[in-house]
Design a protein around this ligand. Sequence first.
Ligand code: MG
Length: 187
Amino acid sequence: MDRIGFDIDGVIYPWHEAVLEKAKREGLVEVSATVGDLFGYPEEVGLLFHWSKFTRDKYVSDVETYMHPLPRVSKDVLSVLSDNFELFYVTARSGELEYPTFRWAEENNLPQRENLIVSNGPKARYIVENDIDVFVEDRPKYVEELAEHTAMILLTQPWNANYNVDNHVRIDLLEELIPMLVGEEND
Ligand SMILES: [Mg+2]
């Protein structure tokens, strides 16, 4: 059975929106700011890139207290795919977020969450070790790194809309994975 890998933040979980919401709540950005303003491609065009390391770390790491539920659409897509594939999740989150991430996976009934990998190291190692056939990612930097090791699917987000290197398949909605991957399997 084929193995599909998922990035979490920006793919199945709206982490970027959560960071934006927190930044708005605390007055760090204008209320009219969008995720596209905060995270850009290249990353230097986004507001977040220009925050101090202290501020960035505080916002980037501090997801524990405001972790949202797994969105319905992610739940539905993962549930369908889990009948046909082995699912893996590889997220680049720092050590202190390991426990909150596992707890969140448990609370949200993430399908096949025994294959959840939380690591701040390079993702490539886990892709190779687990023989992942296809990986779904939102961040151009990781698409570039991982395309050498597996087939990449890029989920369109405001921060990658301009990325046009020819090393991936692009989808605009997570739901597109079902006809794309399950359809292929049944051929
Ligand atoms: Mg991501």
